[in-house]
Design a protein around this ligand. Sequence first.
Ligand code: AMP
Length: 571
Amino acid sequence: MEFDKLVDVYEELEKTASGNQMREILSDFFKKVPKEDIALVSYLTLGQIASEYESAVLGLAEKTVLKAISSAGGVSLKKVQEIMQKTGDVGLTAEKVLQKKPQTLIPLGKLTIQCLYDILHKIVTLSGTGSQDKKTQLLVSALQKASPQGAKYLTRIVLGTLRMGAGDMTVIDSLAIAFTGDKKNKEHLERAYNICPDVGVIAETLATHGLKGLEKIQVRVGRPIKMMLAQRVKEWEEVVKKIPGTLAAEGKYDGERVQAHKTTEGKVILFSRRLENITDQFPDLVEYMQKQINAKEFIIEAEILAIDKEGKHLPFQTLMQRRRKHDIEEYIKKIPVQAKVFEILYLNGKSFLNEPYKKRIDHIEKIVHKGKHCTTADRIITDNITKLKTFFGEMLEDKQEGIMIKSLEGTYQAGTRGWNWIKWKKDYSQDMIDTFDLVIIGAFYGRGKRHGTYGAFLCAVYNAKEDTFETVCKLGTGLTDDMLASLPIKLDAYKVKMKPGRVVAKKEMEADVWFTPQIVVEVLAAEITKSPFHTCASGLALRFPRFVRLRDDKKAEQATTSEEVQDMFEK
Ligand code: AMP
């Protein structure tokens, strides 16, 4: 299939301000895509060339892309840079420069999706000395074949700035409509996606083997599983109602969740909560797991915590310093870590997703050889609420965030916020109701002291049923000067000209600047009230929201949902 067919779709999506319309455009298009191209087309719709967990990094800087445009267009780099200054966008620069491409002796033919795939994946594999030149040449070869519009989107894909506003769920919905004729079937696709969060695999399986094929998708070591989430309750009594009888309670540690996969070859791969490959950040943890987890092949989950010399847990902010690409060895010594293992999803060729938690606990305790850097979560098994409360007190004394209460009969519900896990945090025992993870989708210019920067941010929750983002508050309090300076820079990469298609906002909340839903922040709020200005659950808002911290570990779709806010409001 020609890349230009996808380019037409990009053009249409760019003009769309509605999620439903996006799904219509995409499903109409998916019907026409040949089976062999459907996986790549699904990734490209999201501006990716592979699933996120595969970390297919192209590693091209803007300067290199401008050089490639200059070379493909037969125009001096100086001229290209001038156009770039005027347009402020690499895509528009490429489109303009490549309007008049130099003729080649042999016609190059049109850029196909397959050819683009081959070129981009070749770029990914190149590294080391001389690789930048080779990468540039490969990009030039793609640009020479692309149409001017094609070059506009191609350069944006390469730089990771293609923002069509579609998310994984938009693609999943559209695939369901395209290949089964009924949006209701998205449930089947979601089930498969939860154990195989790879839109390419889902698309290809559906296109070639239909819904039956999706049922056969299995857990695979090396491919992350969408993580299970916890519900929250307002009162202790509710815990007992939701999980009657004997239950497990564990410390709720305030660190970073990790899903570790060990292959039969002994390789350990670490995935973050966003399902990104974070193995390179924690070579120390890889070693501890290889030594202390006694199994040939596994998928386990743990909370990573920063520790001091005595093994005491340090705050989340300290751990965040380990999120780095450089000086890793130095920081391993500076900020040692500990993994508190609390889940097992796969062991020596067998999936444990459908096994009850009590059985999973047995296996965790059997295979983890506890030590300072790799151990299991503190846990009690009880049917006594007084013991539960005492354990909660002990965890708070130990400076933990609270406790996780788990059903012993519960299975691992991948990607689901079910009642098998209930979180009970220290905030619940205070007046503040809770923290919320919100997505920044817009900003308002500041006045007075905040003149020249943003005064407040428009925040949204995720509506998982509709795959939309609904506004819930304006956030201006609690931001330190440092955060006020760094957040706009971070957000700059996600600026878009108009309200993104999946954002639902009232005209009273027309932001000065819009952002594609990407950046998640944790916000403490004192109350949930009805509001005619916000769209969360048809009109709910957070009162007195206060910024707590950035949640780089969460994707926009992992933010608090409108359903959760509604539940809390009703309670
Ligand atoms: P929250 O992010 O507030 O929804 O809480 C769920 C998160 O708590 C999980 O994603 C884990 O990162 C973290 N967590 C800490 N301790 C545990 C535990 N013992 N079991 C499960 N999750 C835990």
